[in-house]
Design a protein around this ligand. Sequence first.
Ligand SMILES: [Zn+2]
Length: 417
Amino acid sequence: MKSIIRCCFPARLCKLTFKHRFVSNVEQDGQALAVTQQGRNAYFVELKKEQSKGSQQSVTVWYSGIPREAKNAPWDGGFSWKDDGNGQPFIATSCQGLGASVWWPCKDHAYDEPDSQAISVTVPTTLTNVSNGRLRGVRDHGDGTHTFDWFVANPINNYGVNVNIAPYTHFADTFQGEKGLLTLDFYVLPQNLEKAKVQFQQAKLTIRAFEHWFGPYPFYEDGYKLVEVPYLGMEHQSSVTYGNRYMNGYLGRDLSGTGWGLKWDFIIIHESGHEWFANNITYRDIADMWVHESFTNYSEGLYTEFHFGKEAGAEYIRGTRAGIENRQPIVGIYGVNSKGSGDMYPKGGNMLHTIRQIVDDDEKWRSILRGLNRDFYHQTVYGSQIEAYIIRQSGKIWKRFLNSTCAIPKSRFWSIR
Ligand SMILES: [Zn+2]
C-alpha cells in the first residue's frame, strides 16, 4: 500500500509510527529518503529538502503487512473481519486508545491533526468502501476491483479515520441546519435497509438537538454519515459508525434506568454527539478523554431534554449516577497514553449537569456550550483549557469544584491540574 503524507512543519526529521507492520521505503519528489527504525513501531525519516513553514510537501510511504485483527472492537481495535450473514465480507477499522498506527503509518499522537486527508481503498467490485468525508469518485480497474477515493476537507483526529467495507446499500437525506443544507448519507447492509430507513430518522432529530445546544454541526463540508459496522459503533468523524442492531437504548438497555434511555438509539445520539466533543474539540492527550466522554454523556441528557422536556433530561442524567464507581479519577496520566476511569462518562456528565445548576441561567449555560465549540473550533485542547473557559465564562465555577468532581477528594489520585 502507498500513503501520501503532506508535511506542513519545518522539521527535517519526521517520525512515523506503524505497529506490527513494515515500512519498506519512503520517497520525496521521487528520491528515496533514509529511514531508521527504532524499536518495533517507530520510524524516523530524514528529509532532504528544507521544509519551510507553511509550505506543502509530499512524502510517499510504501508499507505492507497483515493488519491486526480487533480483539474487542471498538475498544481493543484493529480490523474487524466479519461476515454479513450472507457470506459477504463485512470489514471495519476502529482504533481509539491503540492509536491509528495499528493499521496505517502516521504521526500517532492526538495533539496534531492534518488540515485535510485523502483515503483511497481498493476492494472487489462486489463491495463498497465507506470512509470519512466525501466520495470524490470510484475508479474501476477492469480486473474485478475498484478504488473508492474519499476526501476529508477538515482537520481530523487520526483515530477518527476509518475504513468500512461491505456490500453496502445507500440512501440519503438532507438537513436544513444552522450553516445551510447538510447532506446525510446512510450506508447499511441490504437486508437492513427498511429498518434503517426508520431508525436513522433519529439522525435529523439528533443534529437538530445538538445544533441547538452546541452550535452548527462542525463538518458541513464533509457531510454527515451513518455507516453500519459489525461492532457496536464509534464516533468516526463525518462517518459515524453504527452497530446497535436498530434498537433504541444501548443494545436495548436504558443506561439511566429511568425509561428515557429507551426513547432513542444510544449509538446514534452518543456517537453523533462526539462530532462536537471529540471531533470538533479533540483532546491533545488521552488523559483528557473526559473532554470527549463527559460532554457526550451529558449530550444524551440534553437530547432527552430537547425532545421530551427539561425534567425528562434531568431525570435521565440523574439516573446515570447509578453507574458511578468513584474508584479512580476521571483524568488519566499525561504523556503516557493513559486515560482516566470510566467515571468520565456518568460522573463527568453529572458534573456538567451540576455546573448548570450553579450557573443557574439556562441560556448562559447554552451559550457556554456553544462558545466552547466556537472558540475551540477544530482545535486540540488540554482539559485545563476547557475548565478555564467554563470558570471564566460562568463567573461562578471555581477550580476547587472541578478538582473535587474530576478526582477523588483526599486521594492520592488527585490529579487534575
Ligand atoms: Zn463516547
